[in-house]
Design a protein around this ligand. Structure first.
Ligand code: SF4
Ligand code: SF4
Length: 281
């Protein structure tokens, strides 16, 4: 791919590992996560309790009907490989029906989910050309994450995860700023914190949607070069025909939760959901 912003993937093995493999898991997202019916899950459920649709073989009994059963949240969810990693780290607990075993497995999974959400952004930033000067720091942060993961299933030292995240957040903010400088060439970045239900038009190059509310926003046909989507809520956002190939800090969960079509262009590492309509507008 000929890209102004994206260079080579410096961590192909990690990129591959940051994909959920439900066949090597133990239905951990369906057990460990708290979820609510209003967010597209089957019912309100506390953390640690298995969903009623989880089968004895740890697979979902309604996997092929998630949309029609009102479970869009399940369809969009992506654990970034935390599920199979937790199952492997706690293999002795996987078959253990004891409540303590299950609680420990869930705790390890939730720690891995938190670590890997930030790891995903760090791995993306490492191949971002404008952030080249940050590479040594990014490599240290990625190595530190791997060191924290290797300590599991033992509890992490007090404060270690928080300190690592603080350092990572600082570096990621710098990567966003360097990207904006490159694509905007001195023009101010447009900030959108609340775009819910709005039709967003005009220049969105280098726009900052970080942590923004973009539920049901209309971004169809927009060119979003250098736009930052870190933590933005894209549920039901219209991405049909949008060019996100040079957008930064998008995740597979965000893409899965949005609407797109065969003409939507995605950045490296992200896959077009098979349920997106192939037809263009
Ligand atoms: S935690 Fe991840 S790997 Fe496990 S069932 Fe959920 S999505 Fe699949
Ligand atoms: S409906 Fe299926 S995918 Fe969703 S939580 Fe329940 S078992 Fe998991």
């Amino acid at each position: 791919m000929n890209s102004e912003l994206w260079g080579e993937d410096r961590y192909p093995a990690l990129t591959a590992e940051l994909r959920g493999d439900c066949t090597r898991c133990a239905g951990l997202c369906c057990t460990a996560l708290w979820f609510s019916k209003s967010d597209g899950f089957p019912a309100d459920k506390p953390s640690g309790v298995p969903c009623r649709h989880l089968r004895a073989d740890w697979l979902c009994a309604i996997h092929d009907r998630l949309e029609e059963r009102g479970c869009r949240g399940c369809r969009a969810y992506d654990c970034l490989g935390a599920g199979q990693r937790a199952a492997a780290l706690c293999s002795g607990l996987r078959e253990n029906g004891e409540p303590e075993g299950r609680a420990q497995l869930c705790a390890v999974f939730l720690t891995l989910v938190r670590l890997r959400q930030t790891l995903w952004y760090l791995v993306c930033a490492a191949s971002l050309r404008p952030a080249g000067a940050l590479l040594p720091g990014l490599e240290r942060l990625i190595a530190e994450e791997q060191r924290l993961e290797a300590m599991l299933p033992q509890p992490l030292p007090a404060g270690a995860e928080e300190q690592w995240r603080k350092n990572a957040d600082r570096t990621l903010r710098r990567a966003i700023s360097l990207t904006q400088q490159q694509v905007l060439r001195g023009r101010p970045a447009r900030q959108v914190r609340d775009g819910a239900g709005r039709r967003l038009r005009g220049s969105l190059t280098g726009a900052d949607f970080g942590m923004g509310l973009l539920i049901a926003a209309d971004l169809s046909g927009c060119v979003l070069t250098g736009a930052n989507f870190l933590g933005a809520d894209l549920r039901d956002a219209d991405l049909r025909g949008a060019d996100l190939s040079e957008s930064i800090f998008l995740t597979q969960s965000q893409i899965n939760a949005a609407r797109g079509d065969g003409a939507t262009r995605l950045p490296p590492r992200l896959k077009r959901p098979e349920w997106w309509c192939e037809k263009t507008r």
